[in-house]
Each structure stands twice: as structure tokens, then as C-alpha cells.
Write a protein that binds this ligand. Structure first.
Ligand SMILES: [Ca+2]
Ligand SMILES: [Ca+2]
Ligand SMILES: [Ca+2]
Length: 197
């Protein structure tokens, strides 16, 4: 009985330390490349996409998805895929680097993930080609892998461009897996300890 109690105390200590040491894992899916729309515009808000030049030039490279590095004026949709590796997502964010989007007072935009709105793009009238980093919190209940993202521009003449879209997920092991891991580790440690006695 004493041995059994000591095992469970040991298991509890190991389980607690396993839980406290367990930090979230970051899972990232990047669609497009971070090359400043193909023209080298730094990844920051408030800069101009082009000081001068030809907006409609095709800055896409081989391998670029067709929603990036090109000047569009219609809705765009793309897909994020990822491997949760059996982990449980606890938070997620979507970051999209855009230029020239929603730049007139009467224009706006909206971003949907799997058909659910995750945020409105408010108008910014300062310049047609001003860059903006759009960040949205994604409720983990919306994650279904593959996830469909749609940028809805509420004006067909609102020219804009997208550099990249990045989905970042924080995930942790399932509680059951943690418990099993803790008990398994405890059992191994207890058996080793018993052998050395
Ligand atoms: Ca590119
Ligand atoms: Ca525009
Ligand atoms: Ca790009």
C-alpha cells in the first residue's frame, strides 16, 4: 500500500511538472512570399507600395499563388492548410499584408474565414497605394483545415495588392495525452527507482 501511495505521489509530481513545462507549439502556414509585393516594399504599415511605376505590371514569380504580388480589383480567395499534429489549437491569428485596399471613404472590405466574417477593413483615404498589415483573431472553432479565406472588397474598382497571408496557430497537447505522458514517465521512473533499491 505504501508503495502504491508513493507511486501516485510520484506520478502527480511528474504530471504537474510535465504540464507546467508544456508550452504552446506555434504552427504557421504562409501563403505567398514576404517580398514586399514582388517590388521589395518593406513589411510595415504606412509606406507606399509604389512611388511611381506601373501598378498593373505582373510582379508574380513562379510558385507565387495567384492572389499575391499583383494589382487586383475584385474579391480574392485562397486556402490555408496545416498539420495540427494531434495538438489542440488554443488561439489563431491571420495576418495579411496589403496595399491600396479600401482607400476611399465609401469603400471598405471584409475578411471571411470559412464563410464567417473575422473583421472589417475600414477605409483609409490617405493614399491609393498605402500599405497596411491586417491582423485578425480567428476563433479556433473556425479552424477546419483546409481553411478558406476570402477578402471581399466592397467596390469592384478598388485596386489593391496582397503580398502574403499568414495563418499562425498556437496549439497545446490534448489533456489526455498529457496525463498519459505524465503517468508513463512516472511509471518508468518509479520502476527504475525500485530496481536500484
Ligand atoms: Ca513573390
Ligand atoms: Ca485602391
Ligand atoms: Ca509576395
Amino acid at each position: 500500500m505504501k508503495k502504491l501511495i508513493s507511486f501516485f505521489v510520484f506520478a502527480f509530481i511528474i504530471f504537474s511538472s510535465t504540464q507546467s513545462a508544456q508550452s504552446a507549439v506555434t504552427i504557421i502556414d504562409l501563403q505567398g512570399d514576404k517580398d514586399g509585393f514582388g517590388v521589395g516594399c518593406p513589411i510595415a504599415s504606412g509606406l507606399h507600395y509604389l512611388d511611381y511605376g506601373y501598378y498593373w505590371a505582373d510582379y508574380r514569380e513562379p510558385g507565387d499563388p495567384d492572389f499575391t504580388d499583383y494589382w487586383y480589383e475584385d474579391d480574392k480567395s485562397w486556402t490555408h492548410t496545416y498539420d495540427l499534429m494531434g495538438l489542440v489549437p488554443v488561439s489563431a491569428t491571420l495576418e495579411i499584408f496589403v496595399a491600396g485596399l479600401a482607400d476611399k471613404a465609401e469603400w471598405n472590405g471584409e475578411v471571411f474565414v470559412n464563410g464567417v466574417s473575422v473583421g472589417t477593413i475600414l477605409p483609409d483615404t490617405s493614399a491609393n497605394d498605402l500599405t497596411r498589415i491586417l491582423t485578425f483573431n480567428i476563433p479556433v472553432g473556425l479552424l477546419i483545415n483546409p481553411d478558406g479565406v476570402t477578402v471581399d472588397v466592397n467596390n469592384d474598382l478598388d485596386g489593391y495588392t496582397i503580398d502574403y497571408s499568414q495563418l499562425t496557430i498556437q496549439a497545446i497537447p490534448a489533456p489526455g495525452a498529457l496525463a498519459l505522458c505524465g503517468i508513463g514517465t512516472a511509471m518508468l521512473g518509479w520502476l527504475r527507482k525500485k530496481r536500484t533499491l
